[in-house]
Design a protein around this ligand. Structure first.
Ligand code: GRF
Length: 192
């Protein structure tokens, strides 16, 4: 297979999406970004995607009978884009097990902690509250249980004495932007 077709799923700012899009502009990068999906029509990142002429699609649960039907609609869109890989990037919604199983091996996420530590939300304040001296981010496979799939790549950052959740999050985010393109490329290069 040549260049992998990748979709990115966002719910907000989309800074990790931007880093993937920028990486994929390099002709040597093994992926192209074929579409961006969101569950939030107000997601800030949609503007960047549209400005970069990337197809976008919005799927809101309120427009479907239930979660399974929403996920089925997202799946149909991904299938029509013929995606080889799906990158969750701040997509704040947990998929049904059937969605996760359907895309098993093709579904990855970035999480702002050193998994298996701090699955779920508020990872930076939890790391601070625990007195950790190190924190970081992880790109991992997505399986039905939350933030629990096998890790693909991880970056550590120091926790500094005067850190707040905000300063720590900012230090981690800088590393997220480097880690996600590297992890995707590593995975694709191993696969093909
Ligand atoms: C990132 O910290 C990511 O690790 C987490 O949600 C945040 C999304 O930020 N899953 P952005 O939308 O990529 O800027």
């Amino acid at each position: 297979m040549g260049i992998a077709r990748v979709a990115i799923l966002i719910s907000g700012r989309g800074s990790n999406m931007q880093s993937l899009v920028r990486a994929a502009e390099n002709p040597d990068y093994p992926a192209q970004i074929v579409g961006v999906i969101t569950n939030k029509p107000s997601a800030e990142g949609l503007k960047f995607a549209a400005a970069n002429k990337i197809a976008t699609a919005v799927f809101q649960m309120k427009n479907y009978a239930n979660k399974d039907e929403t996920d089925a609609a997202i799946s149909a869109q991904l299938t029509s884009w013929q995606v080889d890989m799906i990158c969750l990037a701040g997509f704040m919604r947990v998929f049904s097990a059937s969605f996760a199983n359907q895309w098993s091996g093709k579904l990855i996420n970035i999480h702002p902690s050193l998994l298996p530590k701090y699955k779920g939300l508020d990872t930076h304040s939890r790391a601070l509250a625990a007195g950790d001296t190190e924190h970081g981010c992880t790109v991992h496979h997505v399986i039905p249980s939350l933030d629990d799939g096998s890790p693909i790549a991880q970056t550590r950052v120091p926790v500094l004495p005067n850190d707040t959740a905000q300063t720590l999050a900012a230090r981690v985010l800088i590393e997220e932007h480097k880690l996600y393109p590297l992890a995707l490329s590593k995975l694709l290069t191993q696969k093909h």
